[in-house]
Design a protein around this ligand. Structure first.
Ligand SMILES: Cc1ncc(C[n+]2csc(CCOP(=O)(O)OP(=O)(O)O)c2C)c(N)n1
Ligand SMILES: [Mg+2]
Length: 686
């Protein structure tokens, strides 16, 4: 039987202890013990798998974790972080033993779960189970597409594998279905997954909640399934990896039967090994059982030498560099373009492109849905920014994420720049993270804003990992109309704004949409979300200076002398604010209209800009077709919005139903002006 086993018996030790594995085991148990916190079981159980891969197959250079053609390794079961730290330390990355001794301590390079950008050699941040596998699928996809674009006969400058370790938890998570299904369709044969099939998760023996036929499941996805193999037999796992590498048209899953906490006489095979330090006594017993006589954090030189991969790594990178230099002499432009893309620099003329796109759309007078404007902007940007790699979760015609000539990404065909992710929002978002982490592409993908909840944790991970990933969320409010409350985003804009390091744009017309796109591209260290309307929105008038000011996330769109109040508006409600201004003009009341296409960007501006835009001492009113509570941070005395689920009806009727009309703004402002601004806070007037 494959997958989780119902008849698990502890495998008797075959007597051939692998010292390389025991070094990892000892480091893991000692570091967890020292921290008095962490997960010893998985590192101890996967130690031989790690030896087979890292000491036998992985092509990497510890001295240069950024070598573009390195194999990627993802630890999807991120709670096994000590395994990865031990591997990075032993193979020669810049991760000294002192860092292992400070496992899980403040400002150490060895946090509880691996974090990309913090520890040299960590390729992605893992911990949320299942997403590492998705990242690995994204990396393998990026490798495939980049190879398609850059390799030339005789010059495979992009040619590496992506390996991922995963556990029962990753396979239980639904996202593993989404992304494994795609990896099968895409025939990502350089993706090799090793499953730590130990039959245990936190609550105990998984047989009571996880009885999938994992092998059958992956065969059905179109994977090459190998095993079960004895996960504690380095040779057997190594041979399985070799077999996986030989597969020309399928991703591989190697099912490795293991024992959690292997080596610990009393904890092995039990859930107790999962997330608790073994304790002093059990560590002594384990040392005895393993015959590991060395002090904590001490690895004998003979073993350390066998682990060290610096020399081999340098040789491998040097070979690749020679190949790359030969490639450069034959294809100098391609080589320069590859180098630019892999480090994530935008094209040299991007600034020019940005300004011309902004100028072009800045003067647009067309009433257009911002989703449509987004597509128009994209069709200008995409030819200039070839690293843009689009997609949609089966809503291409609604999200308008494609552009002329983009071509579909398909297995066995080259040239596509738009991915049909199918109905897999979470998978799409986490795959995009993997693509961005790999380098060479700026991924963007679309779905309806309401379904951002499905992908939310991957959006959060992109923000945490500082990855340039762009989410196109269309149908951004009750304005979508008849599809009703299931499809009408209400709390989403406000809640996305709570994610640190995520930019949220909600443009009001084509000009703001153009700026949103260019700014999202320019953010090399954060993801962006573009919240776009289904319905047409009128174009606002701006001076060329105002068009540039959109980049600040908030600006005065329309001012009056001696205004009595300021209306703050976003997206589709900006035109309501402008209408209210006109109605108030006729009544002899002046108001300022501030457009806030991105509050997250606006909040990063200096205080002088923010104060100048918001105005001093003037009452403020916010309007956005969504949750109103967050307007308090801008000192609004009132806000018009929607603090309940929407309604199924034509869009304009839903707006009227919820009181999102210019006359309500007028009324509020008249009220506040007669009370001299001293109006008590009202949140909504629906
Ligand atoms: C999405 C997500 N849900 C829950 C957790 C908490 N968690 C961490 S490990 C784990 C059990 C995982 O079981 P398995 O992958 O079999 O790991 P093992 O016990 O074999 O090490 C859980 C529930 C998590 N990290 N991510
Ligand atoms: Mg398990």
């Amino acid at each position: 039987m494959a997958g989780s086993s119902t008849d698990r018996v502890l495998r008797p030790d075959n007597g051939q202890r692998n010292e390389l594995a025991d070094a990892l085991r000892a480091l893991a148990m000692d570091a967890v013990q020292q921290a008095n916190s962490g997960h010893p079981g998985a590192p101890m159980g996967m130690a031989e798998m790690a030896v087979a891969l890292w000491n036998g197959h992985l092509r990497h250079n510890p001295a240069n974790p950024k070598w573009p053609n390195r194999d990627r390794f993802v630890l999807s079961n991120g709670h096994a972080s000590m395994l990865l730290y031990a591997l990075l330390h032993m193979t020669g990355y810049d991760l000294p033993i002192e860092e292992l001794k400070r496992f899980r301590q403040l400002h150490s390079k060895t946090p509880g779960h691996p974090e990309v950008g913090l520890t040299p050699g960590v390729e992605t941040t893992t911990g949320p189970l299942g997403q590492g596998l998705a990242n690995a699928v994204g990396m393998a996809l990026a490798e495939r597409l980049l190879a398609d674009q850059f390799n030339r006969p005789g010059y495979d400058v992009v040619d590496h594998h992506t390996y991922v370790f995963l556990g029962d938890g990753c396979l239980m998570e639904g996202i593993s279905h989404e992304v494994s299904s795609l990896a099968g369709v895409w025939q990502l044969n350089k993706l090799i997954a090793l499953y730590d099939d130990n039959g245990i998760s936190i609550d105990g023996a998984v047989t009571h909640w996880f009885r999938d036929d994992t092998a059958g499941r992956f065969i059905a996805y179109g994977w090459n399934v190998i095993g079960p193999v004895d996960g504690h037999d380095v040779v057997e796992v190594g041979q399985a990896i070799a077999q996986a590498k030989a597969c020309a048209d399928k991703p591989s899953l190697i099912i490795c039967r293991t024992t959690i906490g292997k080596g610990s006489p009393n904890r092995a095979g039990t859930a107790k090994a999962h997330g608790e330090p073994l304790g002093g006594d059990e560590i002594r017993h384990t040392r005895d059982a393993l015959g590991w006589t060395h002090a904590p954090f001490e690895v004998p030189t003979s073993i350390a030498r066998r682990w060290n991969a610096r020399e081999l790594g340098a040789k491998r990178e040097a070979e690749w560099r020679r190949r790359f230099e030969a490639y450069r002499s034959e294809y100098p432009e391609l080589a320069a373009e590859f180098e630019r893309r892999i480090v994530g620099l935008l094209p040299a003329d991007f600034e020019e492109t940005m300004l011309s796109v902004m100028a072009r759309f800045g003067q647009s007078r067309e009433a257009v849905a911002t989703r449509k404007a987004s597509q128009q902007v994209l069709s200008l940007l995409a030819p200039k920014v070839p690293e843009l790699l689009g997609g949609s979760a089966d809503l291409t015609g609604s999200n308008l994420t494609d552009f002329p000539g983009c071509g579909a990404v398909r297995a066995g065909r080259s040239g596509g720049r738009h991915i049909n992710y199918g109905v897999r929002e979470f998978g799409m978002a986490a795959i995009m993270n993997g693509v961005a982490l790999h380098g060479g592409f700026i991924p963007y993908g679309g779905t309806f804003l309401t379904f951002s909840d499905y992908s939310r944790n991957a959006i959060r991970m992109a923000a945490l990992m500082k990855q340039r990933v762009i989410h196109i969320f269309t149908h951004d409010s009750i304005g979508l109309g008849e599809d009703g409350p299931t499809h009408q985003a209400v709390e989403h804009a406000a809640s996305l704004r709570l994610i640190p390091n995520l930019d949220v744009w909600r443009p009001c017309d084509a000009a703001e949409t153009a700026v949103a796109w260019t700014q999202a591209l320019a953010q090399s260290e954060r993801p962006s979300t573009l919240l776009l309307s289904r319905q047409n929105l009128p174009a606002q008038e701006r001076s060329p200076e105002q068009v540039l000011e959109i980049r600040r996330g908030g600006y005065v769109l329309s001012d009056r002398e001696n205004p009595v109040a300021v209306i703050l508006a976003t997206g589709s409600e900006v035109s309501l604010a402008m209408e209210a201004q006109r109605l108030l003009d006729a009544r002899g009341l002046s108001v300022r209209v501030v457009s806030l296409p991105s509050t997250t960007v606006f909040d990063r501006q200096d205080a002088a800009w923010r104060d100048a835009v918001l105005g001093h001492g003037l009452p403020r009113i916010g309007i956005e077709a969504g949750a109103t509570r967050w307007w308090g941070q801008y000192g609004c005395f009132a806000a018009l919005g929607v603090d309940q689920f929407g309604e199924s009806a034509p869009g304009p009727q839903v707006y009227t139903h919820f009181g999102l009309v210019a006359t309500n703004l007028v009324e509020l402002i008249e009220r506040c002006s007669t009370h001299n601004g001293a109006v008590s806070r009202v949140r909504t007037t629906d």
